[in-house]
Design a protein around this ligand. Structure first.
Ligand code: SLL
Length: 170
């Protein structure tokens, strides 16, 4: 379909992960290897709760090769993957737009966070020793809950008429 000149449409998104340390309150699923220390979820969402599937066809989350079927294709909302594990790694998030809308897919990168980040104060208290700062941060994080979430915007320059419709429908 035809492109609309001289306009661009942007859409807010949030993406990232939420992790929870395994504990009595948050037990490891029976199906998970016993060396896994965390449950986690990686996701792409609309910060206002709008339906992303109006213009997004699917989202593929590429996990570390240590995972079985490491490429997880999510074809409808919520665009998220629930997993367990022991290590942090980079997750590749590939967004595919609806058919015939004239948009190429977009790739985002997210570093899965499981461990609490040391604050500046933690690093000072640790005298600059990074490992010690991480231990202080871990001790302070009693809940075992860690989040790493980014706000971003998808910008569509000169969208096709079809894409414009998908982006602006209510
Ligand atoms: C690290 N470079 O050494 C990273 C690798 C891999 C994470 C992290 C378990 C996978 C599974 C898992 O957490 N892999 O057992 O399916 O920290």
């Amino acid at each position: 379909s035809k492109r609309i000149r001289n306009i661009s449409v942007s859409r807010p998104i949030i993406y990232g992960n939420i992790a929870e340390k395994v504990s009595e309150k948050n037990p490891l699923p029976a199906s998970s290897p016993s060396d896994h220390t965390h449950t986690w979820k990686v996701f792409l969402a609309d910060p206002l709760g709008n339906d992303l599937s109006q213009y997004i066809k699917k989202v593929v989350f590429k996990l570390h090769d240590t995972y079985v079927n490491s490429s997880r294709s999510i074809e409808s909302p919520p665009f998220e993957v629930h997993e367990t594990g022991w290590g942090e790694f980079e997750i590749v998030i590939k967004i595919y737009f609806q058919n015939d809308c004239g948009e190429k897919n977009i790739t985002l990168y997210h570093h899965l966070k499981l461990h609490p980040y040391p604050t500046h104060a933690d690093i000072q208290r640790a005298g600059g020793d990074e490992e010690a700062a991480l231990r202080i941060a871990a001790a302070e994080n009693v809940s075992g809950h860690v989040e790493s979430i980014q706000y971003d915007e998808l910008v569509f320059n000169e969208p096709t008429e079809r894409m414009f419709k998908l982006l602006t429908q209510k």
